[in-house]
Design a protein around this ligand. Structure first.
Ligand code: ATP
Ligand code: MG
Length: 403
């Protein structure tokens, strides 16, 4: 494959390269930004954020050269540099791995660009472009693999996966995102190394799972790859078939990875706890799993009763149903009507509160809560009852009945 004569690099990004170059350091653009520009989704323009630089400058030299830096991974040679628009770019010192244990690497600096490219994961991610001289370096044939739609490990696949098991999951993500094949030797290496995934931290696995779901062109393919490579068996045994999920038009990247985890996994709460998701994410998933997924029927009263029950999970449940059935739920418009009319669906919506009940002569205590629930039940059946007068009237009737 031939390379375009030059890529359009945003001015703010070029400035970073110029400053490093002017200080006498080698500087190249690498990684996803170059891969994506070459893949041609946007002509030859490089996205203005998230550009990865590889440089001969040490992290300390990078920190000294730029005013606004973030120590994103100084130990591994990476300094985040903020450009004028405050977009973050990663500047990483040329490095090679000295020792690896499947999770972490000890790195050494003072190596060449080619050595640096050799430690990268896949050929499509090991292409370098010089933003000032417009030169290309592609020692592993990444451009050809990009043109033919192949994810191929740099070097010996089995060894590369054993160095860092996360690369297995990255291969799946790139294959699903670009609809690429995984080269047979790379695939076999990944399958053989898959049991080693157990050594990864839950956070890294979760990040990859979520990023994969967000970016996959076909989520069904991603799920299949996780299963076939043996990653699901290690981290997501609850992952089921994607079943009727039919990649509806509306479900294009970026997607909501939590929603999809609930859609595809039995016991999503357990899954997300294992992946060390936040308490809020676990609670959100469990509310979806609890349901019920739909109102009893498509009447406004059923919609109100359903909203009363699922509360904050309503929109998630609607979205889940849409994904499951590839259609708009028939009750969605009824729910929208209930909301548009501002009809009461929770205790807090009632025209009377606990203090009002005390003023009506009820003793403080658990009875108050019971009465409020009864009032809510009546109001869910008939929202027009929700005025202070009519609710007070109901309460007085009940008090009389009880004597
Ligand atoms: P994107 O940012 O679009 O997800 P990317 O390829 O830029 O994709 P990053 O995680 O930003 O991915 O990493 C930047 C580059 O660093 C990669 O292109 C690759 O060359 C290298 N890299 C990242 N993670 C690894 C890894 N685990 N092993 C080897 N090289 C890696
Ligand atoms: Mg990147």
């Amino acid at each position: 494959m031939s390379f375009p004569a030059r890529l359009e690099i945003p001015e703010d990004v070029l400035e970073i390269a110029r400053r490093l170059d002017a200080a006498g350091h080698e500087v190249w653009c690498v990684g996803g930004a170059i891969r994506d520009a070459l893949a041609g989704a946007r002509g030859t323009a490089v996205e203005p954020s998230d550009v990865d630089f590889a440089t001969s400058a040490t992290p300390e030299e990078v920190q000294r050269l730029f005013r606004r830096t973030v120590p994103v991974g100084v130990k591994h040679g990476t300094v985040g540099v903020l450009d004028r628009r405050r977009a973050l770019h990663e500047v990483t010192t040329f490095r090679r791995d000295v020792t690896t244990d499947g999770r972490h690497a000890v790195v050494a600096y003072g190596v060449s660009l080619d050595e640096d490219l050799a430690r990268r994961d896949f050929t499509i991610n090991a292409i370098a472009y010089h933003p000032l001289r417009h030169e290309w370096r592609d020692p592993f044939g990444g451009a050809d693999d990009l043109a033919h739609g192949v994810v191929r490990a740099v070097g010996d696949p089995a060894a590369r996966f054993r160095e860092d098991y996360l690369r297995i999951l990255r291969a799946l993500r790139f294959a699903a995102r670009f609809e690429f094949r995984i080269d047979p030797a790379t695939w076999e290496g990944a399958r053989a190394a898959a049991p080693g995934l157990a050594q990864l931290s839950a956070e890294r696995v979760r990040d990859e799972w979520f990023k994969g779901l967000e970016s996959a062109r076909s989520v069904a393919r991603l799920v299949e790859l996780w299963q076939d490579v043996g990653a699901a068996a290690v981290w997501l045994p609850e992952l089921g078939a994607t079943g009727r999920y039919s990649e509806p038009e509306a479900d294009r990247p970026p997607r909501d990875p939590l929603l999809l985890t609930v859609l595809f996994c039995a016991q999503p709460g357990t899954v997300l706890r294992r992946l060390r998701a936040s308490n809020a994410e676990v609670a959100r998933a469990e509310a979806m799993a609890r349901g019920p997924e739909a109102p009893a029927d498509a009447t406004p009263e059923a919609a109100r009763r359903w909203l009363a029950r699922v509360q904050g999970a309503a929109d998630d449940l609607l979205a889940l149903w849409r994904l499951r059935h590839g259609a708009e739920p028939p009750w969605a418009s009824v729910v929208a009507g209930v909301r548009a009319r501002g009809e009461p669906t929770v205790r807090g919506d009632l025209a009377l509160d606990g203090n009002d009940l005390v003023a009506l002569g009820l003793p403080r205590g658990p009875r108050i809560g019971e009465i409020l629930d009864r009032l809510l039940d009546r109001v869910l059946a008939d929202p027009s009852l929700n005025t202070p007068e009519r609710l007070a009237e109901l309460v007085r009737t009940w008090l009389r009945e009880l004597g």
